[in-house]
Design a protein around this ligand. Structure first.
Ligand code: CDP
Length: 239
């Protein structure tokens, strides 16, 4: 497909045909609020590729667990929740959990925090692995997350590690929330972001780190357009 990549385009994992397994993948990993989602969607759109927001799967797991009263410290039950997620990505980009539209609910800071906490469990990560790999299909996939280049798609054609200073990431997250009409205080956001960074980087399974050979891109002083252009330039330069 070459039209309009949305999460929905890659929403229903297909049996891994040889074609699907050979489809090129561009991974975009990085810390919280580094702008991965925005950049990845823009890059996918430019290339006419599919898009996977892997963080949404962790957020969906957190929301489902919170609703079912499953403790975020209960690895076995959390893995079960992840393995049986009744998830649906709609053609218009909306995300459903068991038929309910949870597109906005999974963006809640409490859900993001829960996702960060349950993402440390190996069983949860293993349960989501096949689901994520099922999104790979021609003509290509842009996948964003923490371990797309290191664990999920180690054979990706281009691996980007997107960073930005903690202060500018907190600032971006703050603006994002305010635009959505959600009140938030900068100092609290900065502290939360540092805690998430520490948890992502220090966990024993799939810790956040640039993949070997990754293109490390610091977007602290770049606009979204400039960042997208740099990723696309790198992709074209590779031929
Ligand atoms: O908005 P933010 O970047 O914080 O979150 P996200 O990309 O939506 O992911 C939510 C949480 O899931 C993150 O805090 C990570 O801890 C976790 N995650 C992960 O461990 N591995 C991924 N591939 C994607 C997300």
């Amino acid at each position: 497909m070459s039209g309009d990549p949305t999460p929905a385009d890659a929403s229903r994992p297909v049996p891994a045909s040889i074609d699907a397994r050979r489809a090129p993948v561009l991974t975009l990993d990085g810390p919280t609020a580094s702008g991965k989602g925005t950049i990845a969607q823009r890059v996918a759109r430019s290339l006419g590729w599919h898009y996977l927001d892997s963080g949404a799967l962790y957020r969906l797991t957190a929301l489902a667990a919170l609703r079912a009263g499953v403790s975020l410290d209960d690895p076995e039950r959390l893995a079960q929740v992840a393995a049986t997620l009744p998830v649906g990505f709609e053609a218009d980009g909306r995300i459903r959990l068991g038929g309910e539209d949870v597109t906005d609910a999974i963006r809640d800071e409490a859900v993001g925090n829960g996702a960060s906490r349950l993402a440390v469990h190996a069983g949860v990560r293993a349960a989501l692995l096949g689901l994520q790999r099922g999104f790979r299909r021609p003509p290509g996939l842009v996948a964003d997350g923490r371990d797309m280049g290191t664990v999920v798609f180690p054979d990706a054609s281009l691996k980007v590690f997107l960073t930005a200073s903690a202060a500018s990431r907190a600032d971006r997250r703050h603006k994002q929330l305010i635009e959505k009409g959600i009140s938030a205080k900068l100092p609290g956001l900065l502290q939360d972001l540092r805690e998430r960074d520490a948890r992502d980087a220090s966990r024993s399974v799939a810790p956040l780190a640039p993949a070997e050979g990754a293109y490390v891109l610091d977007s602290t002083s770049l606009t979204v357009d400039e960042t997208v252009a740099k990723v696309l330039d790198r992709w074209s330069a590779q031929g």
